[in-house]
Write a protein that binds this ligand. Sequence first.
Ligand SMILES: [Mg+2]
Length: 271
Amino acid sequence: MKILLRFPLIACLLVLVSFRASETEKPSIRKDNRLLATAWYAMSAEKQACYLQTYRLAGQQLETMKKQKPKPGKSWAIVTDLDETLLDNSAWSVKVLLEGKDYPDFWNDWEKAGKAPAFPGALDFYKTVSQLKIPVYYISNRNAKNLDATISNLKNLGLPNADSSHILLKNKTSNKIERRDQVLKNHEILMLLGDNLADFDGVWEEAKSENRSKSVADNATKWGNRFIIFPNPMYGGWRDALFSYKRGMTEAQQDSVWTLHLGEFLKAAEF
Ligand SMILES: [Mg+2]
């Protein structure tokens, strides 16, 4: 020790070297490709405004649409997705990011905790829905084993129809067509809400990227009308389609896929 006190420059260098070493042990969070999307989603006031705006406009739209009559023998229903449409899972997204983990790490615990908050504007929208006496069906790919926790999550938020006949979770398949057909037996669907195109129609189940865009254009008049969509830059069909719905690619393979698609985009933009 005495020698270090006599040579302060050496002491400073040693501190610097050990600091640099500990810095290199943990990879920089800035290099994690989820950072911007997750931080925007968890913390931006712009996201808050997006949800307030969309739920308010959906409520107005509902007031207009309810004047239509459903087909004879049917009554109206509303179908909504849960995650990133009604329930905000930002706390889980931030946890996996900070701990360097990924789905499905901690997801089951998060579902079982049943404490996801509702997005801004959602509760007012569902107040309008309740006043109009339109039942809501929650079609979600949360695990059916955690149904009780999801029911209590929705009940605690004061949402309508928070019961096992209206909450249709994933049993075997993430494909939502069958569960929508179940609702269609007695109802006509007045409005669908989601953050993923497959929340709206089977045409988007595992569809190729180019077909996803074409079908969005084909359904242009439904957006903001019968189809209400929310932003999700973190995950979903938009990303899975770019990867041809394949999982478990190496980092190098993922780099090639991103570079290929971004290169094609730039080529088409002629810039
Ligand atoms: Mg969702």
